[in-house]
Design a protein around this ligand. Structure first.
Ligand code: ADP
Ligand code: MG
Length: 455
């Protein structure tokens, strides 16, 4: 098998593992250029792709390559020789490339249980209950006292950073403790489930895998919206689900949207999700946000004024992870300055997280952020080319100008090299539609927004 065939076969494998958009973005222009000892050398068409393949897809690529050629042990990534050398990406933007999978298991002294995948950091004792999450919390608590009998399955959904993962771990941890480790529990993200399944199909160990899942007492699957990527996975999940359900074993799902909004999910699976209890988590009110901050301050032995807490909570409204980030910023400030910041100072400190829309931004800044992110030149973005690598960033730029800067369609067209306003409308609509399903795209756009507002 030559390099080209080897790569093609790996690509076939990779393609079924990730969304079409991600595949097109990251793999279309890549190739396998060399094999040296146990090292495969993959060429990428720009720096950004290289980073992304290294950080996010290395494991997947390695697995795919090894399934055809077991000699391969590692992969090195290089940038295509004919692409002029580019300076390495600036450090501030690096962090946006780090996927959650690459965050070490041990965080802040908490060790994730290898068997159950549960993180002891997340418990009911440090979950603050408010109107936004009380139903999800109550159902979770009830389940953890008597798994398999009450709400089965439990389906929790809500936006990013609102505590879904926290609740899933809390359920698992509570059951583990209450039943003296006698219950078999597993927490897994849907993405990991998908990968495990595909590996087991390839290595012909699918029966073992099925057996492992079917013997569980409690199965917690996080971010189930990713399941829609593969029919085969849905099929297997359906069988595992039925087998557990019939034996009164507890199943809990989380998702960023309700079952009916998960695209291309099989009807029978959807109706299973809907057959149990569905609880949503909405945005926390001011009181809950303040309670979360107070609890955090107490845990970390930080003394903060009521006023400071309120100012932070007023400024960060949509995401509890961001609220925690804001807290860390303010406490870092206090450590350095030795005093609590005034209201105005807190607002300045948090301005990029909190109310980015108030910052005065120009189309130039948006264009710059987009070309930096996709590693393009401004000239190529504005050029009249229909090549896919350019069309997508251009559409993203149009979308951001509309969404963030509220510019008129003709005005956007003009700023992007004289495009017709109907082209702009089409682009904005297209991106908006894709955003609903394509989490990769939404991550990209969030990263770009973050860059626009921070820099
Ligand atoms: P999601 O899975 O919904 O994206 P996470 O469960 O990862 O969100 O929550 C993000 C962060 O916010 C975590 O550090 C979590 O501990 C914290 N958090 C979320 N909700 C609460 C809550 N009600 N009380 C305390 N901390 C919370
Ligand atoms: Mg989560």
């Amino acid at each position: 098998m030559d390099l080209k065939e080897l790569w093609q076969s790996a690509l076939n494998d990779i393609e079924i593992n990730i969304s079409r958009a991600s595949f097109m973005t990251w793999f279309k222009n890549s190739s396998l250029i060399k094999k040296e000892g146990g090292t495969a050398i993959v060429s990428c068409h720009n720096n950004f792709t290289k980073e992304w393949l290294e950080n996010k897809y290395n494991k997947l690529i390695l697995k795919a390559l090894r399934s055809v050629d077991t000699e391969i042990k590692t992969i090195e990534y290089t940038i295509k020789a004919d692409n002029a050398p580019k300076p390495p990406p600036k450090t501030p933007s690096n962090r946006v490339y780090i996927s959650s999978e690459s965050i070490p298991l041990e965080l802040g002294g908490y060790v994730v249980d290898k068997d159950t995948n549960l993180n002891p950091r997340y418990g009911f004792e440090n979950f603050i209950v408010g109107a936004s999450n009380e139903v999800a919390h109550a159902a979770s608590l009830a389940i953890s006292q008597d798994p398999g009998t009450k709400y089965n399955p439990l389906f929790i959904y809500g936006g990013v950073g609102l505590g879904k993962t926290h609740l899933l771990h809390a359920i698992g941890n509570a059951i583990k403790e209450r039943f003296n480790q006698k219950k078999k529990i597993k927490y897994i993200t849907a993405e990991k489930f998908l990968n495990d399944l595909i590996t087991s199909i390839r290595t012909k160990t699918i029966d073992e895998l099925k057996h492992k899942f079917r013997s569980l007492d409690v199965l917690l699957i996080d971010d189930i919206q990713f399941i829609s990527k593969s029919e085969k996975t849905q099929e297997e999940l359906f069988h595992i689900f039925n087998s557990l359900y019939e034996k009164n074993r507890q199943i809990i799902f989380s998702s960023d949207r309700p079952p009916k909004a998960i695209a291309s999910i099989e009807e029978r699976l959807r109706s299973r999700f809907e057959g149990g209890m569905i609880a949503d988590i909405t945005l926390p009110d001011l009181e809950t946000r303040m309670a979360i901050l107070k609890a955090k301050a107490q845990r970390e032995n930080v003394v903060l004024n009521e006023k400071t807490i309120e100012t932070i909570a007023r400024n960060i409204q949509k995401n509890i992870r961001e609220l925690e980030g804001a807290f860390n910023r303010v406490t870092a400030y206090i450590k350095v300055k030795g005093k609590e910041p005034l209201e105005k100072e807190i607002e300045a400190l948090l301005s990029d997280i909190s109310r980015p829309n108030n910052k005065i931004l120009t189309p130039k800044q948006v264009i710059k952020a987009v070309i930096d992110f996709y590693d393009l030149t401004e000239e190529s973005l504005l050029r009249k080319s229909r090549s896919q690598e350019l069309v997508k960033p251009r559409q993203v730029a149009m979308y951001l100008m509309r969404e963030v800067l509220k510019m008129s369609y003709p005005n956007i067209g003009e700023k992007l090299g004289g495009k017709d306003h109907t082209t702009v409308i089409h682009a904005c609509e297209k991106i908006e539609k894709e955003l609903v399903f394509d989490t990769q795209l939404s991550q990209e756009i969030n990263s770009i927004k973050e860059k626009v507002f921070v820099e």
